[in-house]
Design a protein around this ligand. Structure first.
Ligand code: ZN
Ligand code: ZN
Length: 284
């Protein structure tokens, strides 16, 4: 089985969204079964039989006050319950879709995160470390790497990734080596820190994703890179498969590379979810 467990229904950013809006408006909106059906159609054309929609928590008004910056608050225009109902309705219409969310790790907001997740019928919750306090590892307007040397950024990032895993709030850690996105790889002197983080993550039971999104970014490689993926496998960390597409045409993009990396790392199964309960299914 192949899945795509990290998908967004719209691009990030007000301008890119307004430029693309005619695409979903002609389908009846971005929460319509017709628009979601385009993701399913592209998935099927790439032999993927189940997908999870996982829109960013920063899109939802309910999370608007969690981060005090202009970009985050400008993005928070949607109603989370309308989103959940839209995806659930697409499933009731027969589409093989799961209801998910990409939930930022914000250590000061753990209570709000738990409340946000409680009582909503999510199938899968992705945990993402994009922010280290007020700076981001992947947002050019809030660049952590302009203010701090790579060792500091990576050290803080790994500490937050482990803390996210240990919080118990998440099913899957998304793009686990994200700080390399613009080219700043983990300094070789930090290999021991990385291995310690892998082992701490393994102890929590959370999964990691193998994401093809990095291939479309300046770094041009999978998240995580094949060596790190192998380290996760050796430590017993389960994996999901994903593209992090923000438009239908990118669903399951570059999957031959991602599947080969998973197999090369030793994975013979991937994790599926339903109602946040994991199950291992054969990969491929
Ligand atoms: Zn992300
Ligand atoms: Zn994403």
């Amino acid at each position: 089985m192949l899945t795509d467990y990290h998908l967004h229904l719209q691009p990030d950013g007000i301008e890119p969204r307004s430029e693309a809006a005619s695409r979903w408006q002609s389908d009846g909106g971005h929460l319509s079964a017709a628009w979601i059906g385009r993701y399913v159609e592209r998935a099927r054309s790439r032999a993927v039989t189940q997908i999870a929609l996982t829109d960013h928590v920063h899109r939802f008004r309910e999370a608007r006050e969690w981060v005090d910056n202009e970009w985050w608050q400008g993005e928070a225009t949607e109603d989370v319950d309308a989103y959940v109902e839209g995806v659930a309705a697409a499933r009731e219409a027969g589409l093989p879709v799961l209801v998910g969310v990409e939930m930022d790790w914000l250590p000061k907001r753990q209570e709000e995160i738990a409340r946000f997740l409680e009582g909503r019928p999510f199938d899968i919750v992705l945990g993402s470390v994009h922010w280290i306090e007020e700076l981001a590892v992947d947002h050019p307007d809030y660049p952590a790497w302009d203010r701090h040397p790579p060792e500091s950024v990576w050290s803080a990032y790994l500490a937050e990734l482990v803390a996210a895993a240990e919080s118990g709030l998440y099913d899957v850690l998304a793009h686990p080596d994200l700080p390399k996105v613009f080219g700043s790889r983990l300094p070789p002197s930090m290999a021991g820190d990385l291995q310690a983080a892998v082992e701490a993550i393994a102890a929590t039971g959370v999964a990691i994703e193998c994401s093809s999104a990095g291939l479309r970014k300046p770094i041009g490689e999978l998240y995580p890179d094949p060596d790190l993926l192998a380290a996760f496998h050796r430590a017993g960390v389960p994996a999901t498969l994903s593209s992090d597409a923000h438009a239908p045409e990118d669903v399951a993009r570059d999957y031959p590379t991602a599947v080969a990396a998973l197999k090369g790392a030793g994975y013979t199964t991937i994790t599926t979810f339903r109602g946040r309960v994991p199950e291992q299914v054969e990969l491929g």
